[in-house]
Structure formats: C-alpha cells, structure tokens
Design a protein around this ligand. Structure first.
Ligand code: FES
Ligand code: FES
Length: 153
C-alpha cells in the first residue's frame, strides 16, 4: 500500500506517494521527472542508476523508498548546470569521455563520491571506485583521465 514519503532531492524538499518497496529510481524518473538517472540492469550490475543518498553512492534500482525517507538524495541533475557545470562534468567534456553517454550519469555520481572523500585519488583508486560500473562503449580510459583532470582542478 502506498505511503507518503518526504525526502530531499537535489536540495529541494519533496513529498511523494509510493509503495515502501518501490525502488527509488521509479520515483525519480516517473514521479519527479529526473530522467538523468538511467535504468540498466535493475540488479546492481551496471551502475547506470547510481545516486548519492546522504553522500553515499547507492544503486537507485534496488534502494527502496522506505530506506530513503527523510534522507538527502543527489542525482545527476543536482550536480551542475549547462551554464555552470560541476568540475567533473567540465573534465568529462574536455576529455570527451563519453560516447553514447548512457553510463555517464552513474559514473559521475560515483566519481563525485570518490573525490569528496579523496580529492587526490590514484589511478587504481579511481578504477576501484568505478568497479560497480559498466561502459559498453569502452570509454574507460578517457573516463579515468577525466576524473584525474577533475581532481587536478
Ligand atoms: S540499473 Fe542499477 S545497477 Fe544497473
Ligand atoms: S559511454 Fe556508452 S556506455 Fe559508457
């Protein structure tokens, strides 16, 4: 049965009605119109759906609404804007790190979580942070370069 949930999304207080076991991604995309969070596998296998919940990178495809009540969620849309991109977004553009771009919103979220806790990660620390992400286009090398560039700036 649906319940009312209050939480913060990209700094705004939101109230939604949802089943407790409904994965967060459906609320973000279908109720709040935040389609920057992508659905891939639905099984914590691809990382396309990654968002921050209270600053921790989590899979929105399996994280239930019950578990995010009264918490703070950051999605791709809260990272930066076209006019004022986040340093990570700027670096991804400068390195031309994306091809199709489907994986990138999740990767950018994990990269933000990494740089927030470790502003100068090594290449292997970046690779470890991206362990939960698949990129079918094979843009891994440029993605890692972009995160290194963002860390420098
Ligand atoms: S859609 Fe969530 S990990 Fe693939
Ligand atoms: S850029 Fe296409 S899946 Fe990563």
């Amino acid at each position: 049965m649906a319940q009312t949930y209050r939480f913060t999304v990209n700094g705004e207080d939101r109230e939604v009605s949802a089943r407790p076991d409904l994965p967060l991604i459906y609320v973000l995309r279908n109720q709040l119109g935040l389609t920057g969070t992508h659905y891939g596998c639905g099984l914590e296998q691809c990382g396309a759906c990654m968002v921050l919940v209270d600053d921790e990178a989590v899979y929105a495809c399996t994280r239930t609404m019950d578990s995010v009540a009264n918490k703070s969620v950051l999605t791709m849309e809260g990272l930066g804007t076209r006019e004022a991109p986040h340093p990570l977004q700027q670096a991804f553009m400068e390195e031309q790190a994306g091809q199709c771009g489907y994986c990138l919103s999740g990767i950018l979220i994990s990269a933000k979580a990494l740089l927030d806790r470790n502003p100068n990660p090594s290449r292997s620390e970046i690779a470890t942070a991206l362990d939960g992400h698949l990129c079918r286009c094979g843009a891994h090398t440029r993605i890692i370069r972009a995160i290194e560039r963002a860390a420098r700036t």
